[in-house]
Design a protein around this ligand. Structure first.
Ligand SMILES: Cc1ncc(COP(=O)(O)O)c(C=O)c1O
Length: 258
């Protein structure tokens, strides 16, 4: 949301009824559920809500909206009851955003990472969002990480300085995420991407594919746990410096890169 505001200079968003985008102060403004939102409403941000898959309502909302920071939607609404957005609605939203110069923002936190068969659920809707939000499965079940992908030509460079955080750009979680993407690509998505007819064949081989994948995840877990135990032991034994010296943190690199 901060990047969209920076890019467009607008503080008006369009979101969908029954949409869920989280509960942090900014995101909860776009979340539809009033119980989560109303205690934390903030001034200075306008959010118009559109009925999912109602193209006429979408067009009317654009018509009465001046400057626009972006339209955020989930390709399949998760918390809203597993409701699919239609390709027609998504494509119309993309066209209206494009005409307005505002980013189409796909929240793929639940649907991304191959969860619906393609890497992004948007692929099946025939739209290429300007921003994509990923999280959850991105951490491979090991790390807590989220990512905002922004089309290169829209990226505002100074955002990297204006939006930093203690836990952002963390090597350990990023390493886990990269490994997860690699495993996902080779184990799950590659057979379908290369040849859709191999889908059934891939299903038949699911056990063979899943097994090594699971073994690697298990090994990563084991190594991570062992390193955490070593680190805790070092701390207990006072190796981590009575004089302010600290042993190098095992978390600075993912275990499989040591
Ligand atoms: C679609 C979607 N967007 C956003 C979020 C919020 O993520 P976070 O809880 O990390 O703020 C969630 C969490 O469940 C989600 O399902």
């Amino acid at each position: 949301m901060k990047h969209a505001i920076l890019e467009t200079g607008s503080r008006t968003f369009i979101a969908l009824e029954k949409g869920f985008h989280g509960k942090t102060l900014g995101a909860v403004q776009l979340t539809s559920n009033q119980d989560y939102r109303e205690p934390f409403l903030i001034d200075g941000l306008t959010v118009h809500r559109v009925r999912a898959n109602d193209i006429a309502h979408l067009e009317q909302t654009f018509a009465r909206t001046g400057s626009l920071a972006g339209l955020m939607f989930e390709p399949i609404q998760g918390e809203g009851g597993v409701r699919e957005i239609t390709a027609e609605f998504a494509q119309r939203a993309a066209a209206l955003c494009s005409a307005r110069g505002a980013p189409l923002i796909a929240d793929e936190i639940q649907t991304g990472m191959g969860r619906t068969g393609t890497f992004l659920a948007c692929e099946a809707l025939g739209v290429t969002p300007d921003y994509v939000l990923l999280s959850k499965a991105l951490g491979g079940g090991l790390a807590k990480i989220s990512a905002t992908l922004i089309r290169r030509e829209r990226h505002v460079d100074k955002f990297d300085v204006l939006h930093t955080s203690t836990y952002a750009e963390d090597d350990y979680s990023s390493g886990v995420a990269l490994k997860t993407l690699e495993l996902l690509d080779e184990a799950a998505l590659a057979p379908e991407r290369d040849d859709p007819d191999r889908h059934q064949e891939a299903r038949d081989r699911e056990h063979d594919v899943h097994e090594p994948h699971q073994r690697r995840i298990d090994r990563a877990w084991k190594e991570t746990r062992e390193q955490a135990q070593h680190h805790a032991r070092d701390e207990r034994q006072g190796v981590a410096g009575q004089y302010g010296h600290r042993t190098p943190s095992p978390w600075s690199r993912p275990p499989w890169n040591h």
